[in-house]
Design a protein around this ligand. Structure first.
Ligand code: PRP
Ligand code: URA
Length: 210
């Protein structure tokens, strides 16, 4: 699997309009990002290995399916935190591996300030799903995907709300095997690496830090 999937759901357009609006307060921003994340994750999780199991209904035994993969969600701090509850609502048994990346305002390169993978060789997951609302230059997403692959994960997926063409190109070039599940593709980056029209700084809007 290797693709770029952009949601065509009308609810996504509706949620994006709320999220873009500079008057939307943090509580509504958090709630709306959660709702949009459910749609994106539903799509990102549509290809999962399953195994047959037997289940007893009140009337008889029948065959069912259960997910046969260890799933790890990988939110990139801070903004990825706004997508974690939606992810765990869909897969409550999943592991959550936080990565702390902060873009340098000058170079736009991510600086790693929290990496729980640093002291382990292999990550005990079969499928790692990176969560970050914003794919701007692509620096954070490519670094996260590289880290996950270095720790033995072969199935890495990226879930993001708004992507710039520059970030998509960077991910396609560095990690052509990583599928991207996106809410929308915006026009371009500005001179400071912000997505236009975008929604501003996702972390600041989530956590009310002007
Ligand atoms: C933002 C955003 C992404 C990153 C995207 O985080 O949440 O992680 O920038 O930009 P890129 O594609 O150019 O790497 P930021 O570094 O501002 O940290 P924050 O979430 O703590 O505000
Ligand atoms: N990070 C954000 O939060 N917003 C952008 O537009 C770009 C990077």
């Amino acid at each position: 699997m290797s693709s770029v999937t952009v949601s065509a759901h009308p609810l996504m357009r509706h949620y994006l309009t709320i999220l873009r609006d500079k008057r939307t307060p943090p509580d509504r921003f958090r709630q709306t990002l959660h709702q949009a994340s459910l749609i994106l994750l539903y799509e990102a999780l549509s290809h999962l290995p399953t195994r047959k199991v037997w289940v007893e209904t009140p009337l008889e035994a029948t065959e069912g399916l259960e997910i046969a993969a260890r799933i790890g969600f990988v939110p990139i701090l801070r903004a990825g935190l706004g997508m974690v509850d939606a992810a765990l609502a869909l897969v409550p048994t999943a592991q959550v591996w936080h990565l702390g990346f902060k873009r340098d305002e000058e170079t736009l390169k991510p600086r790693v300030y929290y990496n729980p993978l640093a002291d382990r060789e292999l990550l005990p997951v079969d499928i790692a799903i990176i969560l970050d609302p914003m794919l701007a230059t692509g620096g954070s997403a490519t670094a996260a995907a590289r880290l996950l692959k270095e720790h033995g994960v072969n199935d890495v997926r990226f879930v993001g709300l708004i992507a710039a063409p520059e970030g998509i190109a960077q991910m396609r070039q560095a990690h052509p095997d990583v599928p991207l599940f996106l809410g929308v593709v915006d026009r371009q980056l500005n001179d400071h690496g912000y997505i236009l029209p975008g929604l501003g700084d996702a972390g600041d809007r989530l956590f009310a830090t002007p």
